[in-house]
Design a protein around this ligand. Structure first.
Ligand SMILES: [Mn+2]
Length: 361
């Protein structure tokens, strides 16, 4: 296959224009200092970070990757002070959402994302897949862009991991078909499952998953055990499987169009449980809430099989005390958030649930 990114129809011209913008933006970074890549800790974010880091290093740049984990947000005060302390030449923010304000004012910044934007940046380059159909994942955007600065043909499997992880596998991207043919769908899917395990486990450290993606030459190398990180990922997966088995026993409580499932686990099982119930409760907004994930917070995942726009739904039911950073972001059919107990109790009371769904303040 050719070295250029493959796409079809109007996407060809769109991707070519984004590649050019990306190339120009990176050229404006201070090349004497490392590029900092901030990325989400799921399979799409991890693979995006690996593609960007490996391509930038091939082009002669130094890079650093900072994964954002549980309860962390690019636009928080904590992250602002962490970013100010960095000696970097440019910033790339991948798969972490889109807002108007720059995370580090004055720093040349590129945002790669495919979530519903909550603002449009003026001072940063935004490369967003939102609004395209099918919607490219951040990993695919990263691979398209990375092709402008280095040879990345051998890294296409990383883009496929993000496509599978964000459930765009059947969306018809020709890159997915190419990756399936070259690396095998079973190995790719198994790698995604393993890479998503550490961020879901109680320790929540996706560092070993990233380390693997920065050095492996394909999904088989991720799975084989030739690198020590694979055993850590397998242990994380076993812990999550056990927590999931427990979580699957929780019955949904239903009020009107909402099905609520209460969980108490240190593992990030709420999105998986919500996803599972979505398939069974097709006419409901499914909300899986987890009081054990982070002390002092109720984390919840919302999924809808009925076509309800969850961003609208959550905006409409926004309780007092919900902040825009932690509540109601993501995708129309996959959203969620985190609320402190008082705000959570208002939220579920307003949805019609009784005292049994309240949590101690
Ligand atoms: Mn993503």
């Amino acid at each position: 296959m050719s070295t250029s990114a493959e796409c079809t129809g109007p996407t060809v011209a769109w991707a070519a224009a984004r590649r050019k913008e990306f190339c120009e933006a990176v050229a404006a970074f201070n090349s004497t200092k490392p590029v900092l890549i901030l990325s989400h800790h799921d399979a799409d974010g991890l693979s995006s970070a690996a593609i960007l880091s490996r391509a930038l290093e091939r082009s002669g740049r130094q890079t650093k990757v900072r994964l954002l984990g549980r309860g962390e947000n690019v636009w928080s005060a904590e992250m602002a002070s962490e970013l100010r302390a960095q000696d970097i030449g440019g910033l790339i923010v991948a798969d972490l959402g889109t807002r108007a304000e720059p995370p580090l004012p004055g720093m040349p910044t590129v945002l790669l994302d495919h979530h519903v934007p909550s603002g449009m940046p003026h001072a940063a380059l935004l490369i967003s897949g939102h609004g395209l159909h099918p919607t490219p994942t951040t990993s695919l955007l990263a691979w398209w862009c990375a092709g402008a600065i280095a040879e990345v043909d051998d890294l296409l499997w990383l883009a496929a991991l993000g496509i599978i992880g964000d459930m765009e596998e059947a969306s018809g991207f020709p890159e997915m078909a190419t990756a399936r043919g070259r690396w095998g769908i079973t190995a790719l899917r198994k790698a995604v499952s393993l890479l998503n395990a550490p961020r879901r486990a109680s320790a929540g450290d996706a560092g070993p998953a990233l380390a693997l993606l920065l050095k492996a030459d394909g999904p088989k190398a991720v799975l084989s055990g030739e690198y020590p990180e694979t055993a850590l990922l397998q242990a994380a997966k076993a812990e999550v499987q056990e927590a999931l088995a427990e979580g699957r026993r929780a019955a949904p409580h239903i009020r009107g169009e909402v099905a609520l499932i209460s969980l108490h686990s240190a593992c990030q099982i709420h999105p998986l449980i919500a996803q599972q119930w979505k398939a069974r409760l097709k006419d409901k907004v499914v909300i899986a809430a987890n009081t054990g994930y982070r002390p002092g917070w109720v984390h919840f995942a919302a999924r809808s099989g009925s076509g309800t726009d969850l961003i609208d739904f959550l905006r409409h039911h926004r309780p007092q005390g919900a902040d825009s950073v932690n509540y109601g972001n993501g995708h129309a059919q996959a959203s969620g958030g985190a609320l402190q107990p008082e705000a959570w109790n208002c939220f579920v009371a307003e949805l019609g649930f009784g005292a049994d769904m309240q949590v101690p303040a």
